[in-house]
Design a protein around this ligand. Structure first.
Ligand code: PHE
Length: 358
């Protein structure tokens, strides 16, 4: 075998053993590059006699072609292998079942809103709404809060900066302004509830700066305190899903009702949770009263002809009581684990006849 044959089979054997594209390239440079053995042989051509060159020239060219094509075909093999390995690593098994769809849950506050609408809807109440940004007239003045009266301060109001001559707007501190809007826009008889967001500058385990209330308003001829009591006792029984409940109406003060009363119900706090309809403790559930004649007059209703009652309750607290949430703050943290634990199936529509919470 000539030197050329030895070099050729030597290099071809090395090419066949190469495992990576980098190594292959390194070999190409080493063997066919300027300092490589093949170039070395080419350089010798110049020193040869014309006859020798005639034989060696084509042979060396042949060597270069053979080596280049061996490198090319090895390159193709290595590239195909690499691609195959990549495809294998990225393979997706389409036969696997799809991961389960995340299931949403209805927030307990929304659930309680639905329950309240079902109960009061059953008693003939319609749902009314008002804006979250209110003016001083609807939130305070028309509700018989005199200017500068200390009752305004107990509300920890969020005020907007005044614009021009207008009085500062406020984030409504209660749903009672919807009473005013309803009574100025509609003629009695009126029977509405107004669920919604309200705002007060307060923040601890049982108070958040935004919370939820539901207002109730009834204006008809001949309405008296007995109607208020009957309606609210029926409501508490339906809401807590109990057959009997003992209630007491404790005198209180609201500027927009006279007389005013807070409603307490008998409950049992012994087991760490609150059970309504049993026990010897009292639990405050809502504020209520007969609509103050000034409020009726402010809305263009003659208090000698029409009377009415109103009530307002905190929905977040009511949800805590019924469903045993110990802290109010997670209500607003949007933690999916909490919502899954305390939330409700979204398509479960509460109804008085079909059941509220089941
Ligand atoms: N608006 C009162 C409050 O936020 C509740 C209330 C409403 C009281 C209607 C009486 C009548 O505290």
């Amino acid at each position: 075998m000539s030197d050329i044959d030895i070099i050729e089979s030597d290099i071809i054997a090395a090419i066949t053993n190469i495992r990576s594209l980098d190594e292959l390239d390194a070999l190409r440079v080493a063997e066919l590059g300027k300092k490589g053995r093949v170039t070395g042989l080419m350089k010798q051509l110049g020193k040869m006699s014309p006859d020798e060159r005639k034989v060696m020239g084509p042979r060396l060219n042949q060597l270069k072609t053979n080596l280049s094509s061996a490198i090319e075909s090895r390159k193709t093999v290595l590239e195909t292998d690499a691609l195959e390995r990549q495809l294998k690593s990225e393979q997706i098994d389409l036969t696997l079942p799809a991961p389960p769809e995340p299931v949403g849950a209805l927030h307990p506050v929304m659930q309680v809103f639905e329950e309240l609408s079902a109960i009061f809807g059953d008693m003939g109440f319609a749902v009314a709404e008002g804006p979250d940004i209110e003016d001083d007239w609807h939130n305070f003045t028309a509700l018989n809060f005199p200017a500068g009266h200390p009752a305004r301060e107990t509300h920890d109001t969020f005020f907007f900066s005044p614009q021009g001559d207008n009085l500062a707007k406020v984030l409504r501190t209660h749903t009672s302004p919807v009473q005013i809007r309803t009574m100025t826009e509609n003629k009695p008889p009126i029977r509405i509830i107004a669920p919604g967001r309200v705002y007060r500058n307060d923040w601890d385990a049982t108070h958040t700066p935004m919370f939820h209330q539901i207002e109730g308003l009834v204006v008809e001829k001949g309405i008296h305190m007995g109607h208020l009591k009957g309606c609210l006792i029926d409501f508490v029984k339906a809401f807590f899903e109990v057959d009997t409940v003992e209630a007491r109406f404790r005198p209180h003060f609201f500027p927009f009702t006279e007389p005013s009363a807070e409603m307490d119900v008998k409950c049992d706090r012994s087991g760490g949770t609150v059970k309504i309809g049993q026990g010897d403790d009292w639990l405050e559930v809502l504020g209520s009263g007969m609509i103050h004649p000034n409020v009726l007059r402010n809305c263009g209703i003659d208090p000698d002809e029409y009377q009415g009652f109103a009530f307002g309750l905190g929905v977040d607290r009511l949800a805590m009581l019924k469903y045993g949430m110990p802290d109010l703050r997670p209500y607003f943290e949007a933690d999916p684990n909490w919502t899954q634990h305390y939330g409700f199936r979204p398509w479960l529509t509460p109804s008085v006849s079909g059941g509220l919470s089941e």
